[in-house]
Design a binder for this molecule. Structure first.
Ligand SMILES: Cc1ncc(COP(=O)(O)O)c(C=O)c1O
Length: 397
């Protein structure tokens, strides 16, 4: 296999086996190699071919990740970092600072720590932080920010996505007017909200909230783990979002297929030097490059690739609806998810048969009837008609 040629191929959707359908379209009538970039008849068919509806990204298996990493470093231009400083890590930080429209960015080994470091830094000595009750920071991080950084996280709006000025104002006023005044130091917003079907916050409410917070001297953090999906659904750019916030976190392992990792971006004054705090929390990996070196290649084209993935999803949905046995539901403020009901199907069998034919679905939890279907760039690996055909055939047996 010619790895250098793959690296040299540039734009992923143009010639990448990671998106095998796109590659096959470029070389009609031929299969592509698992890695290697050029068409070769009947080459290894099992790697980089699975379409999944269960993950934010390509859901790479260990052998695929290892092959991709080997290919990424084979060109010789990936340099090792030293305790997460310099080399490939610095390059990635620069790439994401640019993509996010921020002065500086720092690698953090998990999003959990990125959110924690952000609110800790923004709040400073004003230790009350307003958060959505359904956010990862509040609902999925234990009381980490409270235990480890002495922050008082105040959870607002259980069950709701969008935090508005009307929701935060009473808490801002109550805090400064208390018997012991205690200013709100930061507001953290997650969008899309994972716990609420990846629904997105209303953009104009975010604008109003940002203006209000700035007027009050309260700093704002965005948990944008899946930020790069928002423009496709809201029509607002990544920069439209990031300029409303002092710090922004984006995941490296969801859309950009790293093994783990996150980027925290903001003004240079906030981010530069923060690596000491990262280290204090045990977050400065001695060698971070194996975790994230592959992310660089997905970053530049992600938004176009995700848009194409949705085009594919719409074609699949149309074909399934035409079949008559599949019902599809979408959320009005949804992003990457849609929901599928299949009349009279044995969910487990349907999923098992589809998987054997190259399409991974998560059967509904017991007692529920809908498949939660996640749209991601793996949909570019197979023509939409074939994906729909797999699901239709899997019904039959
Ligand atoms: C919205 C959101 N924020 C933060 C995180 C935490 O990221 P990590 O798993 O990298 O710690 C997740 C993780 O899945 C998430 O969905």
């Amino acid at each position: 296999m010619d790895r250098r040629r793959f690296l040299a191929a540039g734009g992923l959707t143009a010639a990448s086996p990671l998106f095998a359908h796109a590659a096959t379209a470029a070389f009609p009538g031929a299969r592509t190699t698992a890695i290697g970039g050029q068409a070769r008849p009947e080459a290894t068919p099992t790697m980089f071919t699975q379409v999944n509806f269960i993950a934010d990204g390509l859901n790479l298996r260990p052998a695929e990740y290892a092959a991709l990493l080997a290919e990424t470093v084979a060109g010789g231009d990936v340099e090792a970092d030293n305790y997460s400083l310099g080399g490939a890590i610095e390059q990635l930080e620069q790439t994401f600072a640019r993509l996010l429209g921020k002065e500086a960015a720092m690698f953090v080994p998990t999003g959990t720590l990125a959110n924690h470091l952000a609110v800790r830094t923004l709040a400073g000595n004003d230790r009350r932080v307003l958060v959505q009750a359904e956010s990862h920071l509040y609902a999925d991080s234990g009381d980490g920010a409270t235990t480890l950084s002495g922050l008082n996280l105040i959870p607002l709006l259980p069950g709701a996505v969008t935090l508005t000025v009307d929701d935060v104002r009473p808490w801002v006023e109550r805090s400064v007017g208390g018997r012991v005044p205690g200013k709100i130091g930061a507001i953290s917003v997650e969008s899309p909200v994972r716990r609420l079907g990846h629904r997105m916050a209303d953009f104009s409410e975010l604008q109003r909230l940002s203006t209000y917070a700035r007027g009050q001297g309260i700093r704002m953090h965005l948990d944008g783990a899946r930020l790069f999906n928002l423009p496709q659904h809201s029509g607002h750019t990544v920069h439209d979002y990031t300029q409303l916030f002092d710090t922004v976190y984006v995941s490296l392992w969801k859309h950009f297929n790293a093994a783990s990792g996150a980027i925290l971006a903001g003004d240079a004054a906030l981010i530069n030097g923060l690596y000491h705090t990262r280290r204090m929390f045990g977050g400065s990996l001695p060698h971070a490059w194996p975790q994230v070196a592959v992310a660089q290649r997905f970053a530049a084209t992600y938004q176009q690739d995700y848009a194409k993935a949705w085009q594919a999803a719409e074609a699949i949905i149309a074909q399934l609806r035409a079949d008559g046995r599949f019902a599809i539901r979408k959320l009005e403020d949804g992003t990457s998810l849609f929901y599928m009901t299949v009349a009279g199907a044995d969910h487990q069998k349907l999923a098992a048969r589809a998987r054997a034919r190259g399409v991974t679905l998560a059967p509904p939890p017991s007692g529920q009837s809908e498949f939660t279907m996640q749209v991601n760039t793996s949909l570019l690996r197979m023509p939409p008609a074939k994906v729909a055909g797999v699901l239709i055939d899997a019904l039959a047996g």
